[in-house]
Design a protein around this ligand. Sequence first.
Ligand SMILES: *[C@@H]1O[C@H](CO)[C@@H](O)[C@H](O)[C@H]1NC(C)=O
Length: 312
Amino acid sequence: MDEVNHSAVSEFVFLGLSNCWELQIFLFCFSCLFYVSSLIGNLLIVVTVTADLYLHSPMYFLLANLSVIDLIFCSIAAPKMICDLFRKQKVISFGGCIAQIFFSHAVGGTEMVLLIAMAFDRYVAICKPLYYLTIMSPRMCVLILVVAWATGLFHSLAQLAFVVNLPFCGPNVLDSFYCDIPRLIKLACTDTYKLDFMVTANSGFISLGAFFLLILSYIFILATLQKHSSGGSSKALSTLSAHITVVVLYFGPLIFFYMWPSPSTHLDKFLAIFDAVLTPFLNPVIYTFRNKEMKIAMKRVFRQLMGFRKTT
Ligand SMILES: *[C@@H]1O[C@H](CO)[C@@H](O)[C@H](O)[C@H]1NC(C)=O
C-alpha cells in the first residue's frame, strides 16, 4: 500500500551481474554450488548440535544459532539472483525490495551481535575458565539471543523508517542483483545527501565499530593466552584463528559497501555475491568442520540416523 501513497514506482528492475553468456553460466554454477552447500552445511550443524548430547554447551549452541542465521541470510538474495541470471527482465516489486532490505539488515545485525557474543564466550572460556559455566549459563545464552535478535530488528526498522517514505517518481533501474539501501536511495527524487550520511552512520559505523571491538577482544584473548601459555593453548589458538578469519571475511565486504563513497564499481557487485553465498558457506567450514569434536559428533549422529537404533 505504501507505493500507492508515496510513489509512482511499483517495481524495480535489476541490471543483474553480467550480460556475457559465459560469465552467466559460470556465475550460475558457482552460486548454485555454494548456495546448496551452505544450506546443507548449516543444516548439518543444526541437526548435529541439536541431536548430540555431548555438544550441548554454550559454544555449540551459539554456533548452531549462527548456522540458523546463515540459513536465513543466504536465502534472502541468492535464490532470486540465481533464478534471474538468465532472465532478460529482472524485476522485483516495491514490497519485495523492502522485504529484502528488511530481512538482510535484521539478520545481518543479529549475526553481528552473535559474533560478538561468540568472542565473549571464548574470552570467558580462555581467561576465566573456572567461572565459565556460571557466566555462560543457559539463561545467559537465551539473553544473548534475545539481545541479538532485538538489536537486528531495531537496526533494520530504523533504516527502513527512512526509506519507506522516500518518493520514487521515475527511474527504477538498480545496477545490482538485490535491493540495498545505498543504491535504492540514489533513485529517490529528493535530495538524499542527509540520508546517505544516515546510512553510512547506521550501517557503516556499526560494522566498523563491531569489527574493531571484535579484533580488539581477540587480541586481548591472544595476549592473555601468551602470558599463560601452556599445553592447551594450541587448540585455543586454532579455534581463535578460525573465529578471526570469519570476522574478517564477514566484515570486509560490509565495510567496503557502506563506507565507500560511490558504489559504482563492478567490484562491489562481485563482493556482494561473496557476502550472499560464500560467507554463509564458509562459516560452517571454518568454525565447524575443522573442529575435531564436531566431526566425531557428526559421525555419531549419522550412525544413529542410519539405523543403529535397532537395539532400542
Ligand atoms: C540457540 O541457542 C539456544 C540457547 O542456548 C539453544 O537453546 C538453542 O538450542 C540454540 N539453537 C539451536 C538451533 O541449536
